[in-house]
Write a protein of this length. Structure first.
Length: 127
């Protein structure tokens, strides 16, 4: 079975990487288009500069950065409020934000109920 080639709005990854930001904005949804139209913040600009230099071990707190085609294949470390979460950027992430990928909340896992949690557990002996 042949591997399906990645396309975003009918464009291949190579075509997306050759586009300017304005041309790319026309393919993106409204919220992402507006982010590009308004311009990036200073933190986003400095992060983009480091990405374009192909720096290694890039750490960022900038969770509102849009994932662009030029970032595909890079390994970034995105802060989730407690630690830096290592993320490899893949094709399918184009048009999403860093904050969508680095989750800030963990899944709640409960163990067995403790003594006194139910009426019958109060009668058990504690050892």
């Amino acid at each position: 079975m042949a591997k399906k080639e990645f396309t975003y709005m009918g464009k291949t990854l190579e075509e997306l990487q050759k586009m300017s930001l304005d041309e790319l904005a026309k393919l993106l949804p409204a919220r992402q288009r507006r982010t590009i139209k308004r311009g990036f913040t200073e933190a986003q600009k400095s992060l983009l500069k480091r990405i374009r230099r192909k720096d290694k071990n890039i750490k960022t707190h900038c969770r509102d950065m849009l994932i662009l085609p030029e970032m595909v294949g890079m390994v970034l470390r995105i802060h989730n409020g407690k630690e830096f979460f290592t993320v490899t950027i893949i094709n399918e992430m184009i048009g999403h934000y860093f904050g969508e990928i680095s989750m800030t909340r963990k899944r709640v896992e409960h163990s067995a109920p403790g003594i006194g949690a139910t009426k019958s557990s109060g009668a058990l002996s504690v050892k």
